[in-house]
Design a protein around this ligand. Structure first.
Ligand code: NAP
Length: 248
């Protein structure tokens, strides 16, 4: 059964990692996909071709999610190219880790801007078409560290905790218009973002997880699929931990 047949979706930061995994699963479920990236032109072109092979419409847009005006422009472009925006997945994110003693103002600001302000920018940008359609599902990529904190990630965990607050407020404000908003809090998912960690750190992470493995992009994509589809039509304002039991 295809769960997103004919739905038009925007996924930010889908040239690689979790965003790419979501785009691949969504395409198999019949969605048309507008995705963004910051600099990976070749990867974006390759993904466009890969997704289109499923028979869906797919287009990559080079657009900085932290730029308010660029988000508005993107929404306008997607409306022109696709005709509606049924689902928004705010996935773009970065890390600039370091102990607080050494964390620069620049590294704090850029993480807040790309991870958190981007969610405000994109949600504002899709609001008008979703309100007009009286339907929509917005899914924000948070993190377990936004729930529990983490050494060396004061900027990152603050940005993800802020996303959870934003998600709940958005769900409360827009529920009466049939627009749902939820967060996903992934645990340790093996992507390029975690690829910088040493083998020893990765081993330690795996040992702390009840399911004894890091998550895959498909694990996150399947939860995103549930929240994007009508299967979750009575779910809003939630932060869903997808972490192999790590936060239990
Ligand atoms: P990733 O592999 O580093 O990929 C990040 C994606 O975001 C890339 O497509 C990148 O585009 C894009 N991006 C970065 N800055 C952007 C900007 N300003 N505007 C638009 N796109 C931008 O990261 P990931 O591991 O897949 O993580 C995806 C999301 O999941 C993030 O929000 C992250 O915080 C969250 N998360 C990840 C984990 C994990 O264990 N991996 C755990 C919890 C939460 P370019 O390729 O062009 O740079």
């Amino acid at each position: 059964m295809k769960l997103l047949e004919g739905k038009n979706v925007i996924i930010t930061g889908a040239s690689r990692g979790i965003g790419k995994g979501i785009a691949e699963v969504f395409a198999k479920h019949g969605a048309n996909i507008a995705f963004t990236y910051r600099s990976s032109d070749e990867k974006a072109k390759a993904l466009e071709d890969e997704l289109s092979a499923n028979g869906c419409k797919a287009k990559g847009y080079k657009s900085d999610a932290s730029d308010f005006d660029a988000a508005q422009q993107l929404s306008n472009d997607v409306m022109n190219d696709f005709g509606s925006i049924d689902v928004l997945v705010n996935n773009a994110g970065i890390t600039k880790d370091g102990l607080l003693m050494r964390m620069s103002e620049k590294d704090f600001d850029i993480v807040m801007s790309i991870n958190m302000k981007s969610v405000f920018n994109m949600t504002k940008a899709v609001l008008r078409p979703m309100l007009k359609a009286r339907a929509g599902s917005i899914i924000n990529m948070s993190s377990v560290v936004g729930v529990k904190g983490n050494i060396g990630q004061a900027n990152y965990s603050a940005s993800k905790a802020a996303i959870n607050g934003f998600t709940k407020s958005t769900a409360l404000e827009l529920g009466s218009r049939n627009i749902r908003c939820n967060s996903i809090a992934p645990g340790f998912i093996e992507t390029e973002m975690t690829g910088n960690l040493s083998e020893e750190t990765v081993k330690e992470w795996r040992e702390q997880i009840p399911l004894k493995r890091g998550g895959s992009t498909v694990d996150i994509a399947n939860t995103t699929l549930f929240l994007a589809s009508d299967m979750s039509s009575y779910v809003t304002g939630q932060v869903i931990n997808v972490c192999g039991g790590m936060l239990t």
